[in-house]
Design a protein around this ligand. Structure first.
Ligand SMILES: CC(C)(COP(=O)(O)OP(=O)(O)OC[C@H]1O[C@@H](n2cnc3c(N)ncnc32)[C@H](O)[C@@H]1OP(=O)(O)O)[C@@H](O)C(=O)NCCC(=O)NCCS
Length: 293
């Protein structure tokens, strides 16, 4: 029932699977999958990836997002499938991969430990943050001449890609990739908010993704150009997206940010936006040749 990832059709299946098993403690929101896998104009995943199905229903997924790093999703109702994902990944890599999951994904922790992997909580990690959307602040006033608003499709595309590329320089994003992303589910421009400077440049943005089944929005990614930071632009873009989520029916927003002190600023922004952490990533490793016990 395992099949290597076949592209576009599988991406939707994978996203529907992530949506079906999603909770705020899940590693993968449909928007993360769109952002990470939905930009390629071709449908190839680039790195080894496989889906396990029972009948037509996806029940597990594995992705070697780097040659020795495994990301996975396993239906909590079928935790035993984690073994099959690990069998596959260990067969593809030359050494057992590092497997990163959230500590809230208890079924994966149990499967990894059974297999002889142990948790490593040293080094960089990510925190999952959440925020209830019942009570939201208004969008703050910006410096004179700055405007916060959703993008307006193709007309804004060049500036939209430029602000992302400058924040994340050197960035792999291209106009062609963005065009592909915005055509795919579940992108909606209502959640793609930018701050426009008086000279017309886009100088900050927050890209939101909305899962209407789970009534949960996600930020991925967020950025402000270096020379415009600490002026409240990131906060304004974030609040505008939170309000757009709520207008669409969302009850919760989530965002992932580095939790360790080597990269502290995003979690400070999210704290300022009312998010609180509720889970962290843990990396599991197994020494080569060690047999599960
Ligand atoms: C994270 C980032 C988007 C913040 O944008 P910003 O426009 O500077 O943020 P704001 O000015 O709206 O800050 C709002 C609040 O967040 C917190 N904050 C933001 N930057 C901070 C910093 N460098 N140190 C401490 N707190 C900070 C503060 O509470 C701030 O409120 P205050 O200025 O009234 O104290 C920006 O630093 C950035 O683009 N970084 C690189 C890309 C990145 O890491 N993105 C996030 C991960 S996807």
């Amino acid at each position: 029932m395992r099949r290597d990832y076949g592209g576009e059709a599988d991406l939707q299946d994978l996203q529907r699977f992530a949506q079906r098993i999603w909770s705020p403690g899940s590693r993968w929101h449909i928007g993360d999958l769109a952002w990470n896998l939905g930009q390629a104009p071709t449908t190839a995943a680039g790195r080894p990836m496989a889906l396990w199905r029972i009948g037509a229903e996806p029940v597990a997924w594995g992705w070697l997002e780097a040659p020795d790093e495994l990301a996975l999703l396993v239906d909590p109702a079928r935790p035993e499938l984690a073994e099959q994902v690990l069998d596959w990944a260990e067969g593809v890599t030359s050494a057992p991969p590092t497997v990163t999951v959230f500590d809230s994904e208890r079924h994966l922790d149990a499967a990894l430990r059974r297999r002889g992997y142990s948790a490593d909580t040293e080094g960089p990690y990510f925190l999952a943050h959440r925020r209830d959307l019942a009570v939201l602040p208004g969008v703050p006033r910006l410096p004179a001449g700055f405007v916060v608003r959703p993008v307006r499709g193709e007309a804004d595309l060049t500036r939209r890609v430029a602000v992302h590329r400058e924040v994340w320089h050197p960035s792999a994003l291209t106009e062609e990739r963005y065009r592909t992303l915005v055509r795919r589910w579940p992108y909606r421009s209502a959640f793609d908010v930018v701050v426009e400077a008086p000279d017309g440049r886009f100088v900050a943005y927050c890209l939101g993704w909305y899962d209407e089944v789970n009534r949960a929005g996600l930020f991925e990614p967020v950025g402000t150009l270096a020379e415009f930071r600490r002026q409240g632009l990131g906060r304004a873009a974030g609040i505008a997206v939170l309000r757009a989520f709520r207008d669409a029916g969302a009850e919760t927003a989530v965002v992932y940010a580095r939790g360790d002190d080597a990269y502290p600023v995003p979690k400070q922004l999210y704290a300022a936006l009312g998010f609180a952490p509720h889970a962290r990533t843990v990396s599991y490793r197994r020494r080569r040749g060690r047999v599960s016990g």
